[in-house]
Design a protein around this ligand. Structure first.
Ligand SMILES: NC(=O)c1ccc[n+]([C@@H]2O[C@H](COP(=O)([O-])OP(=O)(O)OC[C@H]3O[C@@H](n4cnc5c(N)ncnc54)[C@H](O)[C@@H]3O)[C@@H](O)[C@H]2O)c1
Length: 412
C-alpha cells in the first residue's frame, strides 16, 4: 500500500501554516506533512495487539480507531475503570491487575502504561520482560536512579519505548518545531515554558472525596502533594520537542504554604509552585514554571529567536501571536493539524490536550507498524523529565545551581 500523501496548497491547514510562517511551499512540505498511510510490516499481523494498563487517563486515547491497532487486553485495579476500558475500546479481555494480565499471557505486541508515576519504570520493565513494546504516561520516572534504569532497560532490551507527552503534539509546538527546522527563528536563545494546573478551592481539596486527590477507599491519591517540578514534561517538551536541546544546569525557587496538601505530603514537598532557570546544551536560556496554585491554566510556551518570536495562546490574555521581522506582528490562527493528513483518516478529529491524543495514538502505532523508533523515545523522555527532578532538588536547597545528569549518548 503506497503512502497516501496530499500536498495540496489549497488544503486549509497548509494555507494557514504558510500564512503564519511566511515560508515557501517547497520548504514546508517535508517538515509539516509526515503522514502516514502505512503498510503493515511483516513482524505483526494485520493489527498491533495492544494491552492498556490503567483506566482513567488511559481510557482517553483512540487505539481502537487506528486502522492497524486493536485493544486486545486491558486492566485496572478498579472495576468501574475496567468497565470504562471495556466501553471505550470495545475490549472484553479484562484483568483485575497488570500482574494478573501478565500471568494470563495474552498475545500482545505492546502495552500502553497509564498507571501512577511511581510505577512507570517498573511497569515498563515488566512489559519488556514479556517482549512487549511500551508507550508510557508522563513523567518517565520519579528519581535519577529510575532514570538510569529506564535508559538501561531500553538499551539492553532493544524494545521500542515512547513517552505520551501531550505538549509535543499541541499545534503551537508542532508549528514552532516546523518553523525552527525551516530556520525561521534562527537561533532560539530563550524559551519560556509553563504548566499551570490550578488546585482550585483548597477547602474542597480537603473535603470533597470525589476529587482526584482522593481514592475511593478514602486514602489520598498519588497526586496529593506531588512536587511541581517533578512533573515537568508538559513544559520541558517545549524545549526538547522544538530544538532538541538538553538541559545541562538548573536553578529553581519554590513557594508554598501550610495547607495539608504540602505539610502532609508523601513527597515531603513544601511547594505549591516552582520556577526554574535552566541552561541548555546550545548555550541558551529556558525559564520553566510548574504551578499548582495559580489563577490560570495552561501548558504553553513562547520562543524568542534571532529573527522571529512565537507566543502560544494564553488563556484569556491573548491568542497565538507571531513576530517575524519581515511581517506585520500580530495574532495568528494556529494550523488545525489534527484535521490534516498527518493522521490516518479515522483519527482526524478533536481530542484532549490540544488535540494531541490522536497524534500520540497514531505515532506509537505507526512506529511499531513501520518498525522504527517512535518520536519521544527514551532519551527525549528523560530530557523532559530529569531536569525537573534536579530543579526540584535545587528549589529545596534554596536555588543552588545544579548539574543535570545526561543519559543521551549523542549529547555531551
Ligand atoms: N496530559 C497528560 O499527559 C496526562 C494527563 C493525566 C494523567 N497523566 C498521567 O497518566 C497516568 C495516570 O493518570 P490518572 O490521572 O489516570 O491516574 P489515576 O490514579 O486516576 O489512575 C491510574 C489507574 O492505574 C490503575 N493501576 C495502578 N496500578 C495498577 C496495576 N498494577 N494494575 C492495573 N491497574 C493499575 C489504578 O487502579 C488507577 O485506576 C499518570 O502517570 C499521570 O501522570 C498524563
Amino acid at each position: 500500500m503506497a503512502p497516501e500523501r496530499r500536498d495540496d496548497p489549497s488544503d486549509p491547514s497548509r494555507r494557514e501554516f504558510l500564512q503564519l510562517s511566511g515560508l515557501s511551499a517547497v520548504g514546508l512540505s517535508a517538515a509539516a506533512l509526515s503522514w502516514v498511510g502505512v503498510a503493515c510490516s511483516s513482524d505483526f499481523g494485520d493489527k498491533i495487539r495492544l494491552g492498556v494498563v490503567g483506566g482513567n487517563f488511559g481510557a482517553s486515547f483512540f487505539w481502537h480507531e487506528h486502522p492497524h491497532c486493536e485493544v486486545a487486553a486491558a486492566t485496572d485495579l478498579r472495576a468501574d475503570r475496567r468497565q470504562r476500558l471495556r466501553e471505550k475500546y470495545g475490549c472484553d479481555n479484562l484483568y483485575d491487575s497488570y500482574e494478573a494480565l501478565i500471568d494470563a499471557q495474552p498475545a500482545l505486541d505492546a502495552v500502553a502504561i497509564f498507571s501512577p508515576p511511581a510505577d512507570h519504570v517498573k511497569h515498563t520493565r515488566w512489559a519488556f520482560e514479556q517482549g512487549w513494546d511500551v508507550i508510557s504516561a508522563v513523567p518517565a520516572c520519579t528519581s535519577l536512579e529510575e532514570a538510569a534504569e529506564l535508559a538501561q532497560l531500553v538499551e539492553s532490551s532493544g524494545r521500542k519505548y515512547m513517552m505520551a507527552e501531550t505538549s509535543h503534539y499541541r499545534a503551537g509546538c508542532i508549528l514552532a518545531r516546523n518553523l525552527y527546522r525551516e530556520g525561521a527563528f534562527g537561533e532560539i536563545f530563550y524559551t519560556e515554558a509553563e504548566y499551570y494546573h490550578d488546585r482550585g478551592d483548597l477547602d474542597r481539596v480537603l473535603t470533597d472525596k470525589t476529587t482526584r486527590w482522593w481514592e475511593p477507599d478514602g486514602s489520598r491519591s498519588w497526586r496529593w502533594g506531588y512536587p511541581p517540578l517533578a512533573y515537568p514534561t508538559h513544559a520541558l517538551s517545549y524545549l526538547v520537542s522544538v530544538t532538541g536541546e538538553r538541559v545541562e544546569r538548573v536553578s529553581a525557587l519554590g513557594w508554598g504554604g501550610d495547607h495539608p496538601f504540602l505539610t502532609e505530603s508523601l513527597y515531603q514537598n513544601p511547594f505549591w509552585n516552582e520556577s526554574a532557570l535552566m541552561a541548555t546544551s546550545g548555550g541558551h536560556m529556558l525559564r520553566c514554571n510548574v504551578f499548582w496554585l495559580v489563577a490560570g491554566e495552561g501548558e504553553r510556551a513562547q520562543w524568542s529567536g534571532e529573527h522571529a518570536a512565537l507566543y502560544m495562546p494564553k488563556h484569556g490574555l491573548h491568542e497565538a501571536v507571531s513576530h517575524v521581522r519581515t511581517q506585520q506582528p500580530g495574532p495568528r490562527q494556529l494550523p488545525r493539524y489534527h484535521e490534516s493528513d498527518m493522521l490516518p483518516a479515522p483519527l482526524r478529529h478533536p481530542s484532549h490536550h490540544g488535540h494531541s491524543a490522536v497524534f500520540l495514538t497514531a505515532e506509537f502505532i505507526n512506529a511499531l507498524v513501520q518498525n522504527r523508533a517512535p518520536e519521544i523515545g527514551v532519551y527525549d523522555a528523560l530530557a523532559m523529565t530529569v531536569p525537573g527532578l534536579v530543579a526540584h532538588e535545587s528549589a529545596l536547597r534554596g536555588g543552588v545551581q545544579l548539574e543535570v545528569p545526561q543519559f543521551d549518548p549523542t549529547h555531551g
